[in-house]
Ligand binder design. Structure first.
Ligand SMILES: Cc1cc2nc3c(=O)[nH]c(=O)nc-3n(C[C@H](O)[C@H](O)[C@H](O)COP(=O)(O)OP(=O)(O)OC[C@H]3O[C@@H](n4cnc5c(N)ncnc54)[C@H](O)[C@@H]3O)c2cc1C
Length: 403
């Protein structure tokens, strides 16, 4: 039986797994450093306390069990891949051989080394740990104000560096959360000020001007302070210094301004772009390695015209499906097909019950878009949750052992 290994149990890897599971003649091993899939696209809801943290994770061991007996899960940190020997090497434990490999190990926040202090004084939001840290800080600030009348008068500020999709969603959601709290409880005289800082001339660079205008208006209505055309050149404890010499004080800083491929991906003996993402052929194979595919944020994904695609869960899922189908084609002696990757639409959460959806030239704003965004999230999550529950029943009460 052929052995296909998928590194990374998130949007890209799980889509590939869904295509491969149950196929005759193939067994699949999913490898991840975490025993859960963190739903990054719902991270803003977690930070704003709208959902409990278990609503944003799916257990990978149960999920794999739910896919049937030809799927296994291995909890391990990948260190390297020996492409010649077709072996995956781990930080700990025996290497794993493969016939086919899909690298779906995603990306991490890029703390630009040229910006002194950025890594030290700011936090990312791409991991569950980082999202919980931010949520904890936020709730502690509110709590301190409950216990101390003096502190209740103090203003505090959160600086969000990077005005792309994730920066905008987080800034809007946190400001909306505080505004709601402030109005409903009258327990804080000090205000929370979110500063959203972007280097480009406007927020959400590359999106349709009507979307940018509506999002800008919404952020301003919430009270978010926008700083566009503002490049952060240095970060000190509680202060970000901009290129024009001005500075913005903060109590907590989040950085969402860029990504780089997962650390081991950057070191693989393969071709990379400047973000460390793996270059891929039009069928998503690594050049010169027909049995290895790279997908999602770990890969340099392009549309048919060769334009680079932004890192989204949507392109991660599409590319994961294409790679798995091409893998099957190779197993069955057919030609792999070129990927046709594109952004089919976007749903942006903008605090409270307001969102913007843009798809095929149609734009929806406000509460109906919010309902649409929630429906998209649920359509993604519920089939996985359902399968994980079925897998849990198969595994028994405490399925945490290595296996
Ligand atoms: C706050 C926020 C909001 C977002 N909102 C949206 C949105 O609304 N819509 C949208 O389309 N996109 C959104 N995105 C982007 C989206 O989340 C990413 O593009 C998507 O997660 C990429 O999926 P992936 O499967 O390629 O990688 P990831 O989700 O990054 O997953 C990679 C997996 O690989 C595993 N891994 C990494 N290294 C190793 C190793 N060495 N060994 C073993 N396992 C490893 C990780 O544990 C992880 O499970 C948002 C991102 C953020 C941060």
């Amino acid at each position: 039986m052929l052995h296909a290994v998928i590194i990374g149990g998130s949007y890209a890897g799980l889509k590939a797994l869904r295509v491969l599971a149950g196929r005759p003649g193939i067994r699949v091993t999913l490898v991840d450093r975490h025993p859960y899939h963190f739903l990054q696209t719902e991270g803003y809801d977690l930070i704003a306390g709208k959902v409990p943290f278990d609503a944003t994770i799916i257990g990978l061991r149960s999920l794999c069990a739910g896919f049937g007996s030809n799927v296994r899960f291995r909890l391990a940190v990948v260190r390297d891949v020996d492409f010649g020997a077709k072996k995956i090497l781990f930080e700990e434990g025996e290497p794993l051989s493969y016939d086919y490999l899909i690298i779906a190990a995603g990306a991490v926040t890029r703390f630009f080394e040229s910006v002194e202090g950025l890594r030290h004084y700011s936090s990312g939001v791409k991991s569950l740990r980082a999202a919980l840290k931010l949520k904890g800080f936020f709730e502690q600030e509110l709590y301190k104000r409950l216990e101390s009348a003096a502190q209740a008068k103090e203003h505090y500020s959160i600086l969000v560096g990077g005005a792309g999709l994730s920066g905008v969603e987080i800034a809007a959601e946190m400001q909306a959360y505080f505004n709601r709290y402030y109005r409903a409880n009258a327990l804080s005289c000090g205000r929370l000020q979110i500063h959203l800082v972007g280097a480009g001339p406007e927020i959400l660079s590359g999106l349709h001007p009507a979307v940018v205008r509506a999002a800008t208006k919404r952020l301003k209505a919430l009270g978010v302070r926008l700083h566009t055309g503002a490049r952060i050149v240095k970060v000190e404890e509680r202060k970000a210094i901009l290129g024009d010499g001005k500075s913005i004080p903060f109590d907590f800083m989040i950085f969402t301004g860029g990504i780089v491929a997962a650390p081991f991906v950057r070191k693989l003996d393969a071709e990379h772009n400047r973000n460390g993402q793996l270059k891929v052929t039009p069928v998503l194979q690594i050049p010169g390695r027909a049995e290895v595919f790279a997908v999602g944020d770990a890969a340099d994904l392009r549309d048919r015209a060769g334009r680079r695609l932004p890192p989204t869960a949507q392109t991660a899922e599409l590319s994961g499906a294409v790679a798995a189908r091409n893998l099957l084609a190779m197993v069955q002696g057919r030609q792999p097909k070129k990927a046709d990757l594109r952004i089919r639409g976007l749903a942006i959460a903008l605090g409270g019950r307001y969102a913007i959806i843009e798809a095929k030239g149609i734009r929806i704003y406000g509460f109906s878009a919010y309902l649409g965004k929630k429906a998209i999230e649920k359509l993604y999550k519920f089939p996985l949750k359902f399968r994980a529950r079925a897998g849990f029943r198969k595994l028994g009460m405490c399925p945490v052992e290595e296996g």
